[in-house]
Design a protein around this ligand. Structure first.
Ligand code: SF4
Length: 406
């Protein structure tokens, strides 16, 4: 059996440069420096021989994964046609969102905005409405801005170069690397939570995947990994797929893992403790008083949240923050929400909602408005008929509140 210590991917910066040089046929500066010092120092020669051994074992890791990926890859809509725009859309959608949700939303979004130009030409409200159900609307705004930049700077074609991709709004090192390598075959590393977890377990590297030191370490490992791969894009995607489907955070399926023989966490029975759980930041409490007002024809009164901040720019029933929300009478709630005294609210209980940073309690009131409906269309509030509702981007929280309000 292959020695576990040797099959790892422990390639430092110089080792990566050396591997890249082998692939391009051009010796790197580092490689030339190695050669000079090696001639002068027999001990260094021995060390260099060890480095080459490490390079030799890194390649099988990528090749094992690539072979596994050919039979195990999920059939996902954005994998059926490879192009930069589809990849960019899918990568932004997938951040912090379940794959099943993205599978549902991806094709309708592409059908609505088939090209960067179509997306760039849309209004922000149209983009946010099409993004509904995916949450984290900041990503939708970034994607919209990225499409505008693609049109302005790249003639409407998503660039293939990782640096040019990274200069687009909302595109970081991971997303640029994913698009450049998976679609265009660029030899660039990628690290997301799945990739970092696989590396940590392979080498039994302790710490939380969100720690800066662990992140830096994981990027080094990813550089070495991609430098040794024959097909960098496929190897990168295979690594992500392994983390998403086999080396999962809880109960990984080690018996189905192509890297099991090389995995130190598995051998040492330390899978449950690597990576260490994230340190959770305590959520802040927020109480929101909200009124679901409906007309007899089913139209609902909505207002738009201010741009920026929590659910920025999304639509909601009239809502106001109040620490006293739970104690408010319907009349006091109506006053707080600046509703006419003719609107008779009824209490509908509370709706809890957790965001990443907040524990929100909606104190929900409701009323059917018969006479004074027009008088309520002030302060940016609008009546929206049921068949128009899809054009208004509502947060999942607002949808739950409306369901409670009836
Ligand atoms: S053997 Fe288990 S813990 Fe190790 S990489 Fe594979 S799935 Fe992850």
């Amino acid at each position: 059996m292959q020695d576990r210590g040797k099959i790892g991917i422990r390639l430092g910066r110089r080792r990566v440069a050396s591997t890249m040089a082998k692939k391009t046929g051009k010796p790197s500066t580092d490689a030339r420096a190695d050669a000079r010092s090696g001639r002068k120092n027999a001990v260094r020669r021995g060390a260099r021989a060890g480095e080459h051994a490490a390079e030799r074992v890194a390649e099988p890791l990528a090749e094992l994964l690539t072979a596994w990926f050919r039979s195990a890859a999920r059939d996902l809509p954005w994998r059926r046609t490879r192009d930069g725009y589809r990849a960019l859309v899918s990568e932004l959608m997938l951040q912090q969102t379940q794959v099943s949700r993205v599978v549902e939303k991806f094709e309708p979004f592409i059908a609505r905005f088939p090209t960067p130009a179509a997306l760039a030409a849309a209004s922000e409200d149209e983009v946010l409405a099409a993004w509904q159900g995916l949450g984290y609307y900041r990503r939708a705004r970034f994607l919209h801005a990225a499409a505008k930049a693609v049109v302005a700077r790249h003639g409407g074609e998503v660039p293939s170069d990782a640096e040019a991709l990274r200069a687009l709004p909302g595109v970081g090192r991971y997303t640029s690397g994913a698009v450049a390598s998976i679609v265009f075959g660029a030899r660039v590393p990628i690290v997301d939570g799945n990739v970092a977890r696989v590396f940590q377990r392979l080498e039994a590297r302790e710490g939380s995947a969100s720690d800066a030191a662990v992140q830096a370490w994981a990027w080094e490992r990813a550089e070495a990994f991609v430098a040794a791969a024959r097909a960098p894009g496929v190897a990168n995607e295979a690594l992500m797929e392994l983390g998403a489907t086999v080396c999962t955070p809880a109960a990984p399926r080690c018996s189905a893992c192509p890297l099991r023989a090389s995995c130190r966490a598995h051998a040492d029975a330390r899978i449950d403790e690597i990576p260490a759980p994230k340190t959770r930041v305590a959520r802040k409490d927020l109480v929101l008083v909200t009124a679901c007002l409906r007309r007899a024809d089913g139209a609902v009164l909505l207002e738009q949240r201010p741009r920026g901040g929590l659910w920025g720019g999304l639509w909601q029933p009239p809502t106001v923050e109040s620490a006293d929300g739970a104690e408010l009478s319907p009349r006091a709630a109506a006053e707080l929400l600046q509703l006419p005294s003719s609107v008779a609210l009824h209490a509908r209980g509370e709706e809890p909602f957790l965001t990443t940073h907040r524990a929100v309690r909606f104190v929900v009131f409701a009323a059917v408005v018969r006479g004074a409906a027009t008088a309520l269309s002030t302060r940016g509030r609008v009546w929206v008929k049921p068949d128009e509702l899809a054009n208004y981007a509502l947060s999942n929280a607002a949808k739950k509140v409306l369901a409670r309000g009836g």
